[in-house]
Design a protein around this ligand. Structure first.
Ligand code: ADE
Length: 279
């Protein structure tokens, strides 16, 4: 996957891209990441990329021309790869794991980071990006959102996490038998006792089926307690019974089976979320 990032702060990405999972994904050749300084495309001698809003009001608005030219220049490199354009904005669709999974399968992403009060609407209409928000709060710019997105897609590239199963068992990737997204179960490592706290006996039992059942129960209980909204349309919202506990199939296994079924469905398992135009 090729990722182009358009930003007025390309330096912000230097440490991020050379650390941890993004760095591993790049080193393994699973992603390549190219930052482009929007300011370098400003067609004025002061390299100005923003101006005052028509109609008045506070703040500055990013101008069409530098953004449009930067996107065109970035996408003219490796132009045989079709790009999904993404604008990071608090007004966008809230980023979820199904959307991350869809984005992770694209050959190319162009990530556009806005700043100031926003971007001139006309360049958004012209470029037709998928508008993505990383949460209901306002950041100073789209760069942190772009990093969140890069990290989330990088860790889904084959081989990047090392252990193939670990992404499938993350919170929001695991599903219950009826397809509800579940939070992850608790994890423990050595020592067996720390600060008077013991590791649950079941995890030391060596009984793998029992461990799988316990983890399923924990996922369901946690989701019910912490994120009941995820279970809104699921029978798991009610405390009894726990369907996953009555079967020998761990939720992760069910999730895998569901995913392979979903891959035959027309929306690729996106639960009705539309693919962005031009993808
Ligand atoms: N830019 C500013 N706030 C943002 C948010 N919440 N998500 C994505 N990009 C943003």
């Amino acid at each position: 996957m090729r990722i182009d990032v358009l930003t007025i702060f390309p330096d912000l990405f230097t440490g991020f891209l050379s650390t941890s999972i993004p760095a591993i994904a790049i080193e393994q050749g699973r992603i390549s990441c190219h930052t482009h300084d929007i300011r370098a495309y400003a067609a004025n001698k002061h390299r100005k990329v923003d101006d005052r809003p028509f109609g008045g009001g506070p703040g500055m608005v990013m101008m069409c021309q530098p953004i449009f030219d930067a996107v065109k220049a970035a996408e003219s490199q490796d132009s045989e790869l079709p790009a999904v354009r993404v604008l990071l904005t608090p007004q966008g669709e809230r980023l979820t794991q199904p959307r991350v999974e869809w984005l992770a399968q694209q050959p190319r992403l162009t990530l556009l980071c806005g700043h100031y009060e926003g971007i001139d609407e006309r360049v958004i209409e012209e470029l037709k990006p998928l508008e993505i928000s990383i949460g209901d709060y306002v950041l100073s710019g789209g760069e942190l959102g772009a990093m969140v997105l890069i990290d989330a897609v990088a860790r889904l590239q084959p081989g990047v996490l090392g252990h193939e199963e670990s992404a499938a068992e993350d919170s929001f990737s695991v599903r219950s038998t009826d397809g509800a997204h579940l939070l992850d179960c608790p994890h423990y490592t050595r020592p067996r006792e720390w600060n008077g706290r013991e590791v649950p006996d079941i995890l030391l039992s060596g009984d793998h089926a029992a461990v799988d059942r316990w983890r399923d129960e924990q996922r369901i209980t946690r989701t019910r307690e912490r994120r009941p909204d995820l279970l809104q349309d699921s029978p798991l919202a009610n405390p009894q019974p726990l369907p996953a506990a009555n079967t020998n199939k761990p939720a992760a296994q069910v999730a895998r089976a569901k995913r392979s079924n979903a891959s035959h469905s027309s929306d690729g398992g996106l639960h009705g979320q539309a693919a962005p135009e031009g993808a």
